[in-house]
Design a protein around this ligand. Structure first.
Ligand SMILES: Nc1ncnc2c1ncn2[C@@H]1O[C@H](COP(=O)(O)OP(=O)(O)O)[C@@H](O)[C@H]1O
Ligand SMILES: [Mg+2]
Length: 349
């Protein structure tokens, strides 16, 4: 399927070579006093794989949310194939942009095939009455949808698991299923938010091949990833976000050789091990708790004779405990979201 740009047709599908698929200009997203994304310009052309990298908290996911209608940017404009995007995520999907999420969102209690079929709903013409009456048109459309869904499952290597419940898939396969579901909306641009997080090196390598294959199908790709080998193998261009701003953009060599990029990453692992983000957070919380406990113990020792001075020490120790508990709870809450995740829930990431 080709799209005639001269008519500014927003129908998705394979783009015209060289066409600007995504054009984000001056995108700014503020949450109260915090500017998570500041004046970011980014284009993705047909046939390109573009990388978006940056330290944790740089604003990468927020930027994706601005591109997909989950957030309405405070300032700036996003165009897809020349048309300004509608401010609703399902309309953005219908226009031709599909995405996967940093924290996997699948219908855990649906089968693998059903999850992909859900992804097709923006492309099926059969409406409500057709579904209720279940006439020949409905059955024909349903069969076509199932065939396409099976094709996509085969493409990502999950066709043999079509009847398994999504929740029973290993993590790496859940990520692949999310990609199949995103492809089911027949996008012209696919946004991937940390597609290899939690994958082993073999799975990461396979995902690289999968992204090349998606590009070869005529779908432009914008990918966020911490694994620098993955990014620099894959991407034609890489943009670096730091504290919400685009620091550098260029080919792999340009970005890798840029001192500011190296400085921005100092202290951050270049190739994040699976779950490194969470490990780092837990370690930081533990370190914080230990320091606070030590301070409290010292304060205790120093002030044994002074009964009045015990209160601040206890308070510090309690704060440390409370901090550690909060971190645990956050980790649990995160885990729950991942398992029960549903695309209907419009969370921020
Ligand atoms: N819905 C929100 N409300 C308030 N702050 C948010 C929200 N979403 C993200 N942020 C903040 O915006 C910043 C960027 O976050 P995020 O886009 O998730 O970064 P990244 O994906 O690069 O790790 C962080 O400081 C984060 O806490
Ligand atoms: Mg993120």
């Amino acid at each position: 399927m080709t799209t005639d740009t001269t008519t500014k047709d927003a129908t998705p599908g394979a783009a015209v070579p060289g066409e600007t698929v995504l054009d984000a200009r001056g995108v700014t997203m503020r949450f109260g006093g915090l500017t998570a994304v500041r004046g970011v310009d980014l284009t993705v052309n047909a046939g390109e794989i573009v990388g978006l990298i940056g330290p944790n908290g740089a604003g990468k996911t927020t930027f994706f949310n601005c591109l997909t209608g989950l957030y309405i940017p405070t300032e700036g404009e996003v165009r897809y194939k020349g048309n300004v995007l509608p401010p609703k995520s399902f309309k953005v999907t219908a226009a031709g942009i599909a995405r996967t999420f940093q924290n996997i969102r699948l219908f855990a209690n649906m089968t693998v095939l059903e999850n992909v079929l859900v992804g097709r709903h923006t492309r099926t013409k059969e409406g409500f009455w057709s579904a209720v009456l279940r006439g020949p048109g409905f059955h024909k459309a349903e069969k076509a949808s199932r065939d396409r869904a099976m094709e996509l499952l085969q493409f990502v290597g999950l066709d043999h698991k079509s009847e398994h419940l999504a929740r029973n898939l290993p993590y790496g396969e859940q990520r692949k299923l999310e990609i199949a579901r995103a492809l089911a909306s027949e996008p012209g641009l696919l946004l991937l938010d940390e597609p290899t997080a939690g994958m082993n090196p073999q799975e990461t390598r396979a995902t690289e091949e999968l992204v090349f294959a998606i590009r070869d199908m005529g779908i432009a790709v914008l990918v966020i990833e911490h694994d620098m080998r993955f990014i620099f193998n894959l991407c034609d261009r890489v943009a670096v976000l730091v504290q919400g701003e685009k620091l550098v953009e260029g080919d792999s060599a340009t970005v890798q050789g840029d001192e500011r990029v190296v400085a921005a990453y100092l202290g951050e692992p270049f190739e994040n091990a699976p779950g490194a983000e969470e490990v780092a957070e837990v370690e930081a919380a533990e370190a914080h708790a230990e320091t606070a406990a030590e301070t409290a113990a010292e304060a205790d020792a120093e002030t044994t004779a002074e009964a009045d001075a015990e209160t601040p020490a206890e308070t510090t120790a309690q704060t440390a405990e409370a901090d550690a508990e909060t971190t645990d709870e956050t980790a649990e809450a995160d885990a729950e979201t991942t398992t029960d995740a549903a695309p209907g829930k419009e969370n921020d990431r």
